[in-house]
Design a protein around this ligand. Structure first.
Ligand code: SF4
Length: 589
């Protein structure tokens, strides 16, 4: 009978899997249930802005209630529940909804909480989650110990468990330290993975030696590695699962120790694991800088080992912002050179960007925003929307923002930090007058904290209204870029319609249906046919873009052959002239 149930809102509950294995080793039967499908259905399409909509939050509450009611039979008798909490936007609308529902549906059970939120704001999260216990830090040893005592398998004083928190006589008892695994324990950890479709998610190290001012990485300091041989043997085991085609390393930064990363890559190549899997991971810009220049040899090795994509926290493409946010670990020019070199080596990068710290000036923001949009338009790299920084308690940026009165709510209200014992999401809004106005107006319009290309008109306006020549220059550049973007979008729209028409005609012809208006209407009435047409049209469009851009490099007979192939495979010739590569991006997952 299941004794311990982990409830996750994520699709890849790797952390819970590691803990579940530890409990299983001690004879405690576990189960992991994921509410990811429900979460994605309700919130994902609109991103974090969806948390503001009461209707969605209510729907999520109802969904969680129904889900827990549905699984009651399967987990009857479970005495313990476990949940991970993150001190970020949406905790109230998602994690707390689930933890409260657990307490409602399983009133006699014990809820144990953990996760990064208990490093930044432990008291508030214990109170608001309604959890019975919380464990701060790495819980591989402390969670089994706690369960053994609570289930009376072993005797002991729970107050002595490192990192524990619980309510006692109306107060909160909190052990003074957080639990931390020793380097040897991490080194000897076993290979653990979660399979999601054709991808296996795993990790090879823990921790980060950097100190970005906004980051809440739980383990600071030099990363500790699992033995290389353990990782390689684990990958070899994975080859037996025919469905798995891709392996994703979820380490903070796979290349933080390049010697060790090289060791893994060499083994992957030597044992031909690169022929079996494609890989992806996260990294930093500085991990790929050697003697001030992009480390192309390391990129080549990564590509040879089958790494096709990397997630990078670039954070800014302006030197002042990089100095403030990332501690000047690389310059704007270096970051751009590294991204270009990645592109050249065939590795796709997906990059995170931040909109600015307390001291970011409007001209810094404009340069960073322009550079990211430009690189994306050229097809050099992909950027997630530039986000205003969420200030987590106990981070340096939270301290500075508190001192400088730069904390704001999601609706653009200037506020103090949340009171002790209360959680809440705070956004950093720079002190610079023009930039502050831009941020606040955006928040007040209810547009959320992310800047995309749709914000170009507002950013241009800010530049035009300024006396600063640099801002005026970027306003002109952005305006020009917006014009180019619009032209491409128009072209794309026309091309999509043309391709869809061609696909429909071809499919009707294949089925021997004469192309007449009534036949067409009838043909498209079937939802399955419509879906198939959409999928086929999308694929044809991708193929058209890739081919038409590639043939620009060709001349003579080769070019003619490529045009013939383009016509044959897509049904359309070279009418559409795409100069920019952005739309021919290949997706990684
Ligand atoms: S953002 Fe990345 S590099 Fe910076 S401290 Fe956090 S984990 Fe380390």
């Amino acid at each position: 009978m299941t004794e311990f149930v982990f409830v996750s809102v994520g699709r890849i509950p790797l952390g819970q899997k590691i803990l579940a294995d530890k409990l299983n080793e001690r004879g405690i039967k576990t189960k992991i249930i994921s509410l990811a499908t429900l979460y994605e259905k309700i919130f994902d399409a609109k991103g974090e802005d969806a948390y503001k909509e009461r209707k969605r939050v209510k729907a999520f509450q109802r969904g969680v209630d129904a889900y827990l009611k549905g699984v009651e039979g399967k987990i009857q008798g479970a005495q313990f529940f476990g949940m991970t909490f993150f001190d970020t936007i949406g905790a109230k609308e998602t994690s707390f909804v689930i933890s409260h529902a657990i307490k409602k549906h399983f009133p006699n059970s014990t809820l144990i909480a953990g996760g990064p939120a208990f490093n930044s704001d432990p008291t508030s999260f214990l109170k608001e989650s309604k959890a019975d216990y919380a464990l701060r830090g790495e819980a591989e040893n402390t969670l089994p110990r706690l369960i053994e005592i609570l289930s009376k398998r072993k005797k002991g004083n729970i107050k002595n468990i490192t990192g524990i928190m619980f309510r006692e006589k109306g107060k909160i008892y909190s052990h003074p330290s957080s639990a931390k695994l020793t380097p040897t324990e991490i080194k000897n950890s076993k290979f653990t993975y979660i399979k999601e479709g054709r991808i296996a998610f795993t990790y090879s190290e823990r921790g980060c030696k950097n100190a970005c001012i906004f980051c809440t990485v739980p383990r600071k300091g030099n990363p500790m590695n699992i033995k290389t041989e353990t990782i390689i043997q684990g990958l070899e085991q994975l080859t037996k699962n025919k469905e798995i085609q891709q392996v994703s390393f979820v380490d903070n930064h796979f290349f933080s120790n390049s010697k060790r990363a090289n060791e893994i890559l060499n083994e992957i190549i030597k044992r031909k694991l690169n022929k079996r899997f494609v890989f992806d991971c996260a990294t930093t810009i500085e991990a790929f800088i050697k003697n001030g220049k992009p480390n192309t040899a390391l990129m080549k090795k990564a590509r040879e080992a089958g790494i096709m994509g990397m997630e990078i926290g670039v954070e800014a493409l302006n030197d002042n912002m990089l100095k403030e946010i990332k501690g000047k670990r690389y310059t704007k020019v270096q970051a751009i050179e590294v991204l270009k070199a990645f592109k050249k080596s065939g590795i796709q990068t997906n990059n995170y960007m931040l909109a600015g710290g307390v001291h970011t000036r409007a001209r810094d923001f404009m340069e960073s925003y322009y550079n990211a949009l430009r690189l994306e338009m050229k097809g050099t790299a992909f950027f997630y929307p530039m986000a205003m920084i969420g200030a987590t308690k106990k981070t340096p940026i939270h301290r500075t923002a508190e001192k400088e009165n730069a904390l704001f709510t999601r609706t653009g209200r200037n506020v103090k930090p949340t009171r002790k014992g209360k959680t809440g999401f705070r956004i950093v809004v720079p002190k610079d007058e023009a930039l502050r106005k831009l941020f606040i107006e955006k928040l007040k319009r209810g547009e959320g904290r992310q800047f995309t290309s749709s914000n170009i008109p507002n950013v241009v306006k800010m530049g035009q209204e300024s006396n600063d020549k640099v801002m005026q220059k970027y306003a002109r550049k952005l305006q020009k870029m917006e014009g180019e973007e619009k032209a491409i979008m128009n072209l794309l729209e026309k091309l999509s319609i043309n391709i869809r028409t061609h696909v429909v005609a071809r499919e009707m012809q294949k089925k021997g249906i004469k192309l007449t208006n009534p036949n067409l209407k009838k043909f498209l009435q079937n939802p399955k046919t419509r879906e198939a047409i959409e999928t086929l049209s999308r694929k044809t469009l991708d193929s058209y873009l890739t081919q038409s851009i590639a043939l620009k490099k060709l001349t003579g007979v080769e070019r003619l052959r490529a045009i013939q192939k383009l016509r044959k495979t897509t049904g359309i010739g070279t009418t559409y002239n795409f100069r920019l590569k952005k739309h021919a991006r290949t997706t990684r997952r």
